[in-house]
Design a protein around this ligand. Structure first.
Ligand SMILES: [Zn+2]
Length: 177
């Protein structure tokens, strides 16, 4: 199976989950299981019904050994904005559809395809570098499109309390200028 097929199938699997903000609808369970298989330690840092998945691999970012080793975080969200009137869509919003070489569905752009790309990239990287230096991590929330108070903001405060501070962060947002 090619990596390209993997990323498309994974994006479709996420789009099928009706994760209208602040619902996660099982997206993080799917992502968390994939990360566990790659050797990540996973934890839910949930608050007020918001699902926040924290996962890391390599050097424990809360340990003294983390000082001076690189820490790259992938950040993103599983929630989507409400789909609005179904009749306004050319295909059902939660039935991923390929048309003219493009993937359509709520969250295809913002940002389930980004999550799928991150996971496929990390899968390939870990296969090539199983004993990589430093720390790889994911911080995924289900509260970005709504109030966005109990999502990344909440989790990053908890991580900071543990002394965890990533040096680099890749954010999968398509919509930021
Ligand atoms: Zn977004």
């Amino acid at each position: 199976m090619s990596a390209q097929l993997d990323v498309l199938e994974l994006a479709k699997a996420l789009i099928r989950r009706v994760s209208v903000t602040p619902e996660d609808a099982g997206c993080q369970e799917l992502i968390g299981e994939m990360l566990q298989q790659l050797g990540f330690v996973t934890e839910q840092i949930n608050a007020y019904g918001v699902h926040n998945l924290w996962a890391w691999r390599g050097v424990d970012p809360a340990s003294p050994a983390a000082a001076g080793t690189p820490h790259l975080m992938f950040a993103g969200h599983t929630d989507v904005v409400p789909a609005g009137p179904v009749e306004a869509w050319s295909s059902p919003p939660f039935a991923p559809t390929i048309k003219d070489g493009m993937l359509f569905g709520r969250g295809a752009a913002d940002m389930k395809s980004s999550l799928a790309a991150m996971l496929c990239a990390v899968t390939e990287f870990v296969a090539a570098q199983p004993k990589h230096q430093g720390t790889l991590s994911f911080l995924i929330t289900s509260d970005e499109e709504g109030e966005a108070i109990h999502g990344t903001r909440h989790a990053i405060v908890e991580l900071a309390r543990r002394g965890i501070r990533p040096a680099y962060c890749v954010v999968g947002e398509p919509s930021s200028s």
